[in-house]
Design a protein around this ligand. Structure first.
Ligand code: NHF
Length: 461
């Protein structure tokens, strides 16, 4: 068979621009695919932050018609990644309300669709499949109209891209085309992820358990109607769940199953010293401070543990997000000044230190499509205590390389923390778990092969 040529797209890709887990995936999966012979290339907007830092060479330009305007798109190239530039729409992520953001990504999606003709002419390269990721790329399947098969991967169903359907005029798409597909949503509205789900050749998500959850547990969410509609149209092989991997070069503790004790001890000492904390079992939290991540559950559990025993543990929390959640976390840190440290920012460098120096990581998510932090933590021999949901359930073996508790249960998390403290005392069990965590394979090896197979199935379908 000929080399598979795949164009992968989303709003972020590490190391160029990263705000969340999708950035990690689009930074590492294409590399893993290329290692198994897929010609995987990536395309994202050329935000001004990327431009300022990388100054990639321009390889050409083309125009698109967006509403009444003819807009120029500059194409820049860095390795296997293409960047699309436009001064009006693609300089930075639009934060001026939902419709502006939807217009911005409608613009980007149209530019990606037209890019396929540009790149054919320029480099004699044409994608055999476009791999779209999340709502930001949800217009592509609709606009491309099956000329090129598409796979839409859902990284988080709760971000859907709702907005006014006036955006369809900008795209020159007839309203009927999407309206007739809608059920139970206001006629003046559009759900970009929903359109993607309906029009993509195939839909996948980032873990088998999350695939099951979104096709069975989301009945009250309008998105469920889109998934059902797809099923009814017989379009589906089902929503396939492929677990993410992590980039072993980026996340590299430089110790292994034989040398971890020495390495971890040193990292922990440095971490506690820099934070001004006593030597105690140390738990960390790393993530966005959003409702999904369950910080309210964590803060209540910490209170239950520390109000009984002030010497029980240290907790270091890293992340930023919703002001009310940050405030709650600050209050907890004020109450337990000797035990809690918080860093309310997005800080990748500090996250490496935390993964390496903490003994345990707490992940009380209400839902978690895949979750990368439990895998990164285990690579550093840091044991996860996580809610039994989505990808957390699929990657953690309870009692072997981590602990799982019933989601949204404060008492479940308290029990989990107590179990962790108990094994930490009986050193041999702890050691066994750390070794098992270090040995679990979270590289992209297996999943990249699954994506390759899925691409081939879609192209041949
Ligand atoms: O791992 C990348 C990430 C997931 O669970 C994570 C999430 C967003 O919520 O697939 O996307």
């Amino acid at each position: 068979m000929k080399t598979l040529r795949v164009l992968m797209t989303g709003y972020e890709a590490a190391p160029f621009f990263k705000r969340g887990g999708l950035g990690d995936v689009l930074g590492s999966l294409p590399k893993a695919l290329r290692e198994i012979g897929v010609d995987a290339r990536v395309i994202i907007p050329y935000y001004q932050d990327i431009e300022a830092k990388y100054k990639f060479p321009k390889i050409g330009e083309y125009s698109i018609v967006f509403g009444e305007d003819i807009e120029k798109i500059g194409v820049y190239e860095g390795g296997h990644t293409y960047f699309l530039s436009n001064k009006k729409y693609l300089t930075s992520i639009n934060t001026l309300g939902r419709n502006k953001k939807i217009d911005q990504f409608a613009f980007f999606d149209l530019a990606v669709v037209e890019f396929s003709s540009f790149i054919l002419e320029k480099k004699k390269w044409y994608p055999m499949l476009i791999h779209c990721n999340d709502w930001h790329t949800g217009f592509i399947p609709l606009l491309i109209e099956q000329r090129i098969p598409t796979l839409l991967t859902i990284h988080n169903l709760n971000y859907q891209g709702w907005g006014s359907n006036k955006v369809l005029d900008l795209l020159h798409v007839k309203d009927e085309k999407v309206k007739e597909l809608k059920r139970g949503v206001p006629v003046t509205e559009i759900n970009v992820l929903g359109e993607g789900i309906l029009h993509a050749t195939a839909v996948s998500t980032v873990s088998p358990s999350y695939a099951h959850e979104i096709t069975s547990d989301y009945e009250d969410d309008p998105i469920h109607l889109y998934l059902k509609r797809r099923e009814r149209e017989g379009k589906d092989h089902g929503v396939m769940g492929i677990i993410n991997g992590i980039d072993y070069a980026t996340w590299n503790p430089k110790y292994d199953t034989n040398s971890w004790e020495k390495g971890k001890k040193k990292n922990k000492e440095m971490l506690l010293k820099s934070m001004g904390l006593f030597s105690r079992p140390t738990f960390c939290f790393i993530g966005r401070m959003a409702g999904q991540k369950g910080l309210d559950i964590l803060v209540r559990a910490i209170d239950k543990i520390l109000s009984k025993d002030k010497n029980a543990a240290n907790f270091i929390l890293l992340g930023s997000g919703i002001p009310a959640i940050e405030k709650m976390v600050k209050r907890a840190a004020n109450k337990y000044k000797d035990n809690i440290r918080i860093e309310l920012s997005y800080n990748e460098e500090f996250s490496h230190k935390l993964y390496a120096g903490a003994d345990f990581i707490v992940i009380p998510s209400r839902y978690e499509p895949c979750g990368l932090i439990q895998m990164i933590a285990m690579r550093y021999g840091t044991i996860p205590i996580a809610a039994k949901t989505g990808g957390l359930k699929d990657t953690i073996s309870h009692g072997e390389n981590g602990f799982l508790f019933e989601k949204e249960s404060v008492s479940g998390l308290v029990e989990g923390i107590k179990k962790a403290l108990a094994i930490y005392q009986s050193h041999s069990v702890y050691e066994k778990m750390v070794k098992s965590a270090l040995q679990t394979d979270f590289s992209w090896n297996k999943s990249a092969k699954l994506y390759k197979k899925l691409y081939i199935d879609i192209i041949n379908s």
